[in-house]
Ligand binder design. Structure first.
Ligand code: SAM
Length: 243
């Protein structure tokens, strides 16, 4: 287990993202439930459940935060497998490690502070690389996708779970109201931090929509790229393989 949390050199956006996640770390799990009305749990289950991950696999969960995805993966890779939880933010990683330790989940996890744009692993290290609700926060997404491809073994899969573009016209005004009126208020009320939640809502809108992200994965070297919308495109799962 690596736990020397040093300051990773960061650009402007990364600094902002760092502040946001340091300030939301302790409330992160509660806020996810409130903001999505619990639905993020269903999306995450589906994301891991459809991943074809096997017993004994070695998995990297990027932008792993407080460990939701890593926990779901743990039961699937079993004793013989291992999971590296990587995140740029020390406060999020610590919150995740403490939470998993409290749950008695210790074996098989490694926590490594890292920038998704530059992964500290040799080529062909992992069977599966996941990133859930993380890619939109990364400044150089193309670099992150290229790195995900590099550290995968041949035959390995990358999976991206991220907010995407809502497809149902009737739902758009409701979704906008929720994002720009309800979210910052929930943030103010429960975390006393409207700005961070305002940032989150804006970052969702700036993230490349379904087909654009698929094309980015193709440019990063992935084969058989595809995506599936969940909840009318509120989120999408993108997949690609290293061949
Ligand atoms: N995957 C977790 C989940 O689904 O609950 C956490 C998602 S949280 C919304 C986004 C995470 O991305 C934060 O923990 C943040 O620190 C991390 N992050 C942001 N930029 C990053 C980067 N460049 N490299 C690695 N992690 C990053």
């Amino acid at each position: 287990t690596h736990f020397g949390f040093r300051d990773v050199p960061t650009g402007e956006k990364q600094k902002l993202v760092g502040q946001v996640f340091s300030s939301v770390a302790s409330n992160y799990d509660l806020m996810n439930d409130l903001m999505s009305m619990g639905i993020h749990r269903v999306w995450k289950r589906y994301f891991v459940g459809t991943s074809q991950v096997k017993r004994g696999d070695r998995v990297l969960d990027l932008a792993g935060g407080t460990g939701d995805i890593a926990l779901l993966l743990r039961d699937r890779v079993g004793e013989a497998g291992s999971i590296v939880l990587g995140d740029i933010n020390g406060a999020m990683l610590r919150t995740g490690r403490d939470r998993m330790t409290d749950m008695g989940k210790v074996a098989g996890f490694e926590y490594v502070q890292m920038n998704a744009e530059k992964l500290p692993f040799p080529d062909a290290s992992f069977d599966l690389v996941t990133i859930a609700f993380g890619l939109r926060n990364v400044t150089d997404k193309d670099a992150a996708l290229r790195e995900m491809h590099r550290v995968l073994k041949v035959g390995g899969q990358a999976r991206v779970l991220e907010f995407s573009e809502v497809k149902a016209e009737w739902f758009k005004p409701i979704y906008d109201f929720h994002s720009f009126k309800v979210l910052p208020r929930l943030g103010k009320l429960f975390a006393n931090d409207a700005d961070s939640y305002q940032y989150l809502a804006e970052s969702i809108r700036k993230h490349p929509p379904q087909d654009e992200l698929k094309a980015m994965m193709q440019s990063a070297g992935f084969a058989r790229c595809d995506y599936r919308n969940l909840s009318a495109g509120i989120v999408a799962i993108h997949t690609g393989y290293k061949v």
